[in-house]
Design a protein around this ligand. Sequence first.
Ligand SMILES: [Zn+2]
Length: 190
Amino acid sequence: MSEKPRRLRKAAKLLNINRAMALRKLQCQPNDRFDPLVFIEHIMPSLIANFEYCYDENDEVFKKSPSTLGYVDLTSNPVLVTRQSVMERAKKGSFHDRFVLCHEIAHVFRHSRSGKILAQHRLDSPERNRANRYFELEANLFGGILLVPPDSDIESITLKDAQKKFQVSDKVVKIAAADAVFWRINRKSK
Ligand SMILES: [Zn+2]
């Protein structure tokens, strides 16, 4: 994987979309609402050896970085960590916290081989780091597909209906609709 491009290249983007769609199908149908907590607690442990999910408001990383909501530690056994408040709000259907969980799920599946790099970037200044930006972009794309897949009816329903149906922000709906167009056009020409 190249760490240089600022935008995902076409092939990489299509690969990410296809992988996220395949994982999503392990939990629900294209037009169902994806539940990241069920996915984390029941599906990920069956796919990833020694995977663990921790929710802890008093985690050291959160103490040092008040704005951090979640992270993954992939240096040895894969661990996904979020604040307890994120887990609780996601359970109640908070759009943003559901997205946070999906973003972290994406890091586990896409970046486990780059675990040490990712950990290091988190300690450095993340927003300035080019490789880190690529990881974040990829995790956002992948996480977004988990929430709203391109093979759903996203292109034919209203923004409001889509938000309600998939429990996502308007921003995620707009990005998902664009991804659906991209997927439809490019899936045959890979
Ligand atoms: Zn991230």
